[in-house]
Design a protein around this ligand. Sequence first.
Ligand code: NI
Length: 404
Amino acid sequence: MNLNQLVKSVEDEVIELRRHFHQHPEVSGEEFETSKKIQEMLQQAGIPFKTGFATTGVLGIIQGEKPGGTVALRADIDALPIQEENDHDYQSKYADKMHACGHDAHTAMLYGVGKVLNQLRSELAGTVLLVFQPAEENAPVGGSQQMMDEGVFQEFKPDVIYGQHVWPDLPSGEVGVLPNEMMGASDRFKITIQGSGGHASMPHQTNDAIIIAGNLITQLQTIVSRNTDPLDSAVVTIGRIDGGYRYNVVADKVTLEGTVRTFKKEVKEMVKKRFSSIVEGIEKSFAANIKIDYLDGYPATINTPKWAEQVIETTQKILGESSTPAVSPSLGGEDFSRFLQQYPGAFYWLGTSVSDTSRQYPLHDPRFKLNEEALNKGVELMAQLAVDTLKKLEKEELETHESY
Ligand code: NI
């Protein structure tokens, strides 16, 4: 069987496996049954694997019968602490846990890719690594760095690494990829304002934390509107505010929580610097006490132009010339960024919008759904991408030798 036929032969199994994971979601750091199931499936498929990276991470290893380069393919395996609100017949069986980011599909597709490529071993020149990564949703820690720290690539070092993510904004059969910035850097902060409380009728005896918070919120917004180059991107969002007791009491304490999103390193550094000087300025001018907890999150996901180009080439070969529409980068954070800091590669979006609804619910929504028709395409694309990339690496290797 050729690659295309092999992909067809695993289609039902991939959908079934995705539904199994969907019904049994496990959140970051608790992917024990998910990990066990992955190992079971790899074993059945005759794919050697290693375990124990970031506790529940699994590395499948497919060695081609000819020597060559190494291509790593990554799927994240964790779910979110969300109560599912869909009514399909493979709903999450666990309360407050849901695969609302499609990692169930990523995991099932990577298994399918492994099963296909394992049957093409006699033709493969090089090694394909199947990286099943836990804790992607656990920003800013994540599972990718821990997997690398614990030696996931010690034996086989990737020449190229790819990751795919289901994408509800694109239809099935389309793929989004960009040559450089793909996803944003995602930082998280908490600000604690300590003033002093008292009676609402005697404000002069207090230091009103709500007034301080109001000023702080307004000033923080000037980082984007006044300090950021209009041609660059930055977001400062305060998503949560908490403080006060009742209508006639001046609040002594307010906490604010939020996130900063950027693409460029220098923009991120500028935002961070302005962030702390604004807080310090407000602290001084109101004679309050303000504490900042700033957590540096996932870095920006920056593709290697050459391998992003490979994604386009392979996608168009399989899905047609109009299958790679122009897309804008997203300021969502992604743990794959850390793999891309160490190895060349690309992250791309696999179109999975649902056709039988007028409204697409976004990733992380309790009503998020994906189009299972796209899974087969995702399997074929990733498998073909591995084959094409190994061929390219082989060709480059030959060319370097010829030039001596
Ligand atoms: Ni995700």
